[in-house]
Design a protein around this ligand. Sequence first.
Ligand code: SAM
Length: 260
Amino acid sequence: MKIAAKKKFGQNFLKDEVVLYKIIESMPKTENVIVEIGPGLGDLTKKLLAQQRDVIAFEIDEGLCRLLEKEFHEEIEAKRLRLVCGDVIDHWKQNLVDKDYDLVANLPYYVATNIVLRALQDERCKNILVMLQKEVADKFCAKEGEKEFSSLAVLAQSVGQVKRVCVVKPQSFSPAPKVDSAVLLIQKRANLDDKHFMQFLKAAFAQPRKTLLKNLSRLYPKEQLEQIFATLGIASNIRPHEASTSIYHQIFGMLKEKID
Ligand code: SAM
């Protein structure tokens, strides 16, 4: 059956067997259930099920849900695949799933950052292997000193190991997106459990060309920040992308002590 891709749901179907193979090859070898967000036409889902791993898939498009129910009738009957029809963000407002899981997905780009941030905070999520816009993937992977280094990089690198698996060209999809994509792997060792840390980072990177001290002064007392910078030996003119993940944790830890 011919399906017209819906732009509003970020539907760019991955048709490149080589890329699908690379995703499967890069999956951390665990026994966790796999959560797939946006199974679409089911090409990746089929390969995930072939790894003898159970899959829980969330799909927003009702038409695609009906198609997937037919295509994966046997796997659904055998309870190897649970297909949840609806917006994954609504399901995340409670527990997404009630067991440990690895997220493996070719994400809809309009909501990809939101999904990765939720997965980073979800203690049930153990690993994240996702396709997203290359520009966004680079923000998660960038190292301190690089201009793409952002709050997303500090967050991801605070919870585990972050790696860009490969870059994927628009021709690998149907329809082709306008931009390059990339597969991102985050192997989690910890969780982001402090909402204040996220606020702190948001303030730190609010204006990337201003100094870190100036950005943070909008949220915290400048005098305290100056003391902390002096104690840690951080130059007062350092820009947000020049401080390392470890420095961010040290500043935040000392701020917490002063404020609590
Ligand atoms: N996995 C398929 C593939 O690799 O070809 C499709 C990927 S396509 C980029 C994104 C998929 O996510 C589409 O099937 C779309 O309908 C679905 N989607 C978009 N927004 C969603 C949401 N909020 N919750 C669940 N699924 C969503």
